[in-house]
Write a protein that binds this ligand. Structure first.
Ligand code: FE2
Length: 337
């Protein structure tokens, strides 16, 4: 599709001046004052639900999430205890690591401080993990429990939970690692063969500073734009990378294409500026959920965020045809993973 043919969307791009940014914020605030649940933007679905458990699965929300939209819960907050508020400082992060994380076995990494305070940090992150699990299990019950010949199985695989106390704006990194550029998540060293990356985020900023994202176009629009210029997949190169242990397993054609999309988006400054997108300031005290391997996103600013990642086989989705693997398979006409 020619970019000029794309449907018009409300757009506040990276190059917008601060007054335009203020207009976006004002529009956002004004929009919030109408209705309970509505489509704010084509790529963001606002959900007026304040608990970590969803009473009944909602087909519209599930379809929106699997279509690559962001589910945004403006009234759902992760609340720190009075004692935990002392961890709201970037000084608790070991400068040698990017984030503080709690792995699936409960081991804390990247935090400074004595054993007692590290245990409290781990408990805080662990509490967020439990709430994120409750949200995802109740929001998407089929992911967590599916009838199989013998019993039910949980298809969700828990990844480490992270706490990010540092300011996004002050981070300096290469263009490829710069998450302030629109991208979809794809990892060079960890091939995943189409396994989904589902993420729950919460902004815990104590000063009310939003975490500002840009959210871009639907995955298929991105893929159609960049696929014609991707480098062809080379199986011998994939084997070499695996033998040299650059990758943890053999990079599939799917993983190759996802990396090419990721790099193509980030390296194209015209695309960064001109692609249809919306700036979204996620307020302190809110939660948002998306498939980050599918949702075009950029993290522009903010400080103090917790995040939980889950992995899911694409075959366990409600609509398997909406996954990046299914879309890329359809667009290329090849088996990719
Ligand atoms: Fe990302």
């Amino acid at each position: 599709m020619v970019r000029g043919e794309r449907p018009r969307q409300t757009r506040c791009n990276e190059s917008a001046k601060s007054d335009r940014h203020s207009v976006c914020l004002a529009l956002f605030t004004a929009t919030r004052q109408h209705g309970i649940i509505r489509l704010m933007e084509q790529q963001i679905l606002e959900i007026d639900h304040a608990g970590w458990h969803i009473g009944a699965a909602n087909d519209e929300w599930i379809a929106a999430l699997e279509a690559g939209k962001v589910l945004y819960f403006p009234r759902l907050a992760f609340t720190l205890t009075e004692k935990e508020r002392r961890f709201l400082t970037p000084d608790i992060r070991d400068p040698k690591t990017r984030n503080i994380s709690l792995d699936a076995k409960g081991r804390l990494k990247g935090a400074l401080g004595d054993a007692a305070s590290q245990a409290e940090v781990a408990a805080m992150i662990g509490r967020f993990r439990m709430q994120a699990q409750s949200l995802i299990h109740s929001l998407l019950p089929r992911y967590a429990s599916q009838k199989v010949p013998v019993g039910d199985t949980d298809a969700l695989r828990l990844a480490p939970t992270s706490y990010r106390p540092s300011k996004v704006e002050t981070r300096t990194q290469s263009w490829r690692a710069d998450d302030r550029r629109l991208h979809i998540d794809a990892f060079p060293s960890r091939p995943n063969y189409g396994e989904r990356i589902l993420r729950v985020f919460t902004n815990v900023n104590p000063d009310g500073i939003p975490r500002v994202w840009r959210v871009g176009e639907p995955f298929e629009v991105v893929a159609r734009h960049f696929l014609p210029r991707v480098k062809p997949y080379s199986s011998w190169q994939a084997h070499l990378l695996s033998v040299l242990r650059v990758t943890k397993s053999l990079r599939s054609e799917y993983d190759h294409l996802m990396l090419q999309l990721h790099d193509g988006m980030k390296s194209d400054l015209d695309y960064q500026q001109d692609a249809h997108q919306v700036t979204m300031p996620f307020p302190a005290g809110s939660v948002w959920v998306c498939f980050s391997d599918q949702t075009s996103h950029a993290v522009m600013s903010g400080q103090y965020m917790l995040e939980q990642t889950f992995h899911l086989p694409a075959a366990r989705q409600y609509d398997v045809d909406s996954s990046p693997l299914a879309i890329l398979t359809r667009l290329t006409g090849r088996t990719l993973a």
